[in-house]
Write a protein that binds this ligand. Structure first.
Ligand SMILES: NC(=O)C1=CN([C@@H]2O[C@H](COP(=O)(O)OP(=O)(O)OC[C@H]3O[C@@H](n4cnc5c(N)ncnc54)[C@H](O)[C@@H]3O)[C@@H](O)[C@H]2O)C=CC1
Ligand SMILES: O=C(O)C(=O)Cc1ccc(O)cc1
Length: 315
């Protein structure tokens, strides 16, 4: 009996899913694809020999390749899970192996730049549905992934022509992985994520760097007294340097726009402290407390909002 996507109820969603870049996100996808029967065959591709060895040792894939063009042969779904700055190069390397009608997607934290890099390399008969799971941790590599990473989290799709049959299949894949799916334009995605994710990471990198540079506060004191808010910043600031370098270089305009607003608001706070304007501080802190509580309320109904999750299960 076929489902809404034309498959038998027990049939996997895709025949041959290729994951290029098997780190935190790629390995989590491999794990959940296996667990939820989203792929008949899982193919892993990574340029790192050490990663490919771990993929084999962890049993994450049915086949493992170094070369993207070999990996993608005969695939009906290819997902780029490499840093955003590497997507164009990988697309160029894989293009000659792509079968007609293949759906190509990615998981990059920035969307417009990935579209600009990848689309020119795809043959006309490939269907491109960019995606961004708004779920992750500060850890990297195939050992850091886990099958429940995407459960109850948002996944944003930015298909070029709005929704179509390929988008429906990618939506089904992410829903199968446990995510809630939303569709928007790449530019809108990049603006929203600049303030909700990219600037917060930049602030964390900056505050940890500032604390580490302070001469009168020794490194050991920073560590010793980091039980407060600073400790949360250190988790974020432990995120992958390559990944985050690429995010900032590839979402430059939106990040600079949001950073400008942030700096203005920070200056207003600085002024309130200097002039003893307690009302200004109290009013802002009251508003932000309400925002946090509304996130938690929504989270309890739908998704667990805590980004600081750790690996909780195995493949
Ligand atoms: N880490 C996170 O919390 C999240 C990351 N993302 C996005 O997911 C993507 C991957 O991030 P992670 O899994 O965290 O990274 P990761 O560092 O854990 O894994 C990346 C993998 O890609 C491989 N790789 C790098 N360049 C390559 C190339 N040119 N060809 C083939 N393989 C290559 C690396 O060897 C590594 O195994 C990034 O685009 C990131 O923006 C999206 C949501 C959350
Ligand atoms: O670990 C955290 O707090 C995160 O914010 C994870 C994360 C990192 C990058 C993304 O594009 C989405 C989620």
């Amino acid at each position: 009996m076929p489902d809404g996507l034309g498959r038998g109820l027990d049939a996997p969603l895709f025949e041959r899913v290729v994951i290029i870049g098997v780190g935190l996100i790629g390995s989590s996808l491999a794990r959940v694809a296996r667990r939820k029967n989203l792929a008949r065959t899982i193919v892993a591709c990574d340029r790192s020999a050490a990663v490919r060895e771990r993929v084999v040792a962890l049993g994450l894939a049915d086949e493992t390749y170094e070369a993207p063009a070999e990996a993608v042969r005969g695939a009906d779904f290819v997902i780029l899970c490499v840093p955003v700055g590497a997507c164009g190069g990988v697309a160029e390397q894989m293009k000659e192996g792509l079968a007609p009608g293949v759906i190509v997607s990615d998981v990059g934290s920035v969307k417009q730049s990935v579209v600009n890099q990848v689309a020119p390399h795809l043959p006309e008969n490939a269907l491109f549905v960019p995606a961004h799971p708004v779920a992750g941790t500060e850890n990297s590599g195939p050992d850091a992934g886990f099958a429940t990473l995407f459960k109850g989290r948002w996944c944003i799709l930015t298909p070029p022509g709005g929704s179509d049959a390929a988008t429906d299949r990618v939506r089904a894949f992410w829903e199968g992985a446990g995510s809630n799916v939303e569709v928007m334009t790449p530019a809108h995605h990049d603006l929203v994520l600049a303030i909700t994710s990219h600037v917060p990471h930049l602030i964390a990198y900056n505050i940890v760097g500032t604390a580490a540079d302070l001469e009168e506060v020794t490194q050991s004191e920073v560590i010793k007294f980091s039980a407060g808010g600073f400790r949360d910043f250190t988790r974020i600031a432990a995120s992958d340097p390559t990944m985050w370098r690429d995010v900032f270089l590839n979402n430059k305009d939106a990040v600079l726009e949001m950073l400008g607003r942030f700096s203005e608001d920070l200056t207003a706070l600085q002024r309130a402290i200097r002039w003893g304007d307690g009302d200004a501080l109290f009013n802002l802190f009251t508003r932000t407390r309400a925002i946090r509580r509304s996130i938690i309320d929504v989270g309890q109904e739908t998704a667990e909002p805590d980004f600081g999750r750790r690996k909780v299960d195995e493949a």
